[in-house]
Design a protein around this ligand. Sequence first.
Ligand SMILES: NC(=O)c1ccc[n+]([C@@H]2O[C@H](COP(=O)([O-])OP(=O)(O)OC[C@H]3O[C@@H](n4cnc5c(N)ncnc54)[C@H](OP(=O)(O)O)[C@@H]3O)[C@@H](O)[C@H]2O)c1
Length: 282
Amino acid sequence: MTTPTAPGARTLADFAGTIVLVGAGKMGGAMLDGWLALGLPAASVVVIEPQPTPELTALTSRGLKLNPPPTAVRDTSAIVIAIKPQVAPTVVPTLVPLLAPDTVVLSIMAGRTLAFLESALAPNTALVRAMPNTPAAIGRGITVAAPNTKVSQRQRELVHTLLAATGLVEWVTDEGLMDAVTAVSGSGPAYVFLLAEALTLAGTSAGLPPDLAAKLARATVSGSGELLNRSLLDPATLRQNVTSPGGTTAAALDVLMAPDGMAQLMNKAVMAATKRSRELAG
Ligand SMILES: NC(=O)c1ccc[n+]([C@@H]2O[C@H](COP(=O)([O-])OP(=O)(O)OC[C@H]3O[C@@H](n4cnc5c(N)ncnc54)[C@H](OP(=O)(O)O)[C@@H]3O)[C@@H](O)[C@H]2O)c1
């Protein structure tokens, strides 16, 4: 898949060095697509991936190195870890031979802390822990990144560029915020998809044929999202702008904005996800 160039992304065409991607699954693959779309030469990329897709294997003809022996990897500017958190304790320590003196390690693994990465890699390694989200697959993600104290300005800029290839990037200094970030933007796409599901079911209950209800819900959620994306107005103003006093929208919002309505439900959901993220962290 080719990722459209993300807003605010910079070029990687003049990048000199090596980027090592560990895990080219859904998220790692989306990031790689984004880097190549920014002009990163395939010959600057090393990918470690036990089950490469045909698309990934095809990139070796452009110079991408797939599963080379560690001794063949030189000048590592960045290692990007995009494997599942569960396999991290066995995989991350194997990356130590790939570290060069000024390598920055970027991990997008949910729940894997800077302390874990510090203990699994060499002491004093420059590290960034980041949380992307699934719209990264179309260059419309948002990622929050937290660096350790070893990250230089130059390394931070490289990481920013690598992350901006799939969408917006925000930096925080307090790693403790990552649990709430995970609950809001990491898990958030699922809440939006649920909204489309619920709207479909409600439309069917209101008498619409299921196919039509699904089409209306999909177009309404995605179209409203794009309207919000393009607008300078905040969501509350956009909502008020489509709500006439005493009208149909107002009747629905009286239900959704009741004391036990959507805001309270979303608050409970985000609290539950934040708590679960804290429990899983390590
Ligand atoms: N997807 C998201 O929306 C999202 C959002 C935020 C954060 N994340 C984080 O991103 C990471 C990747 O998630 P994902 O959804 O992209 O998962 P995924 O599609 O399963 O990708 C993980 C990839 O790593 C590969 N892998 C397994 N063992 C490996 C090893 N020893 N060395 C190198 N590669 C190995 C897997 O190969 P096999 O298939 O052969 O096991 C797979 O291709 C996770 O840590 C997740 O927490 C994902």
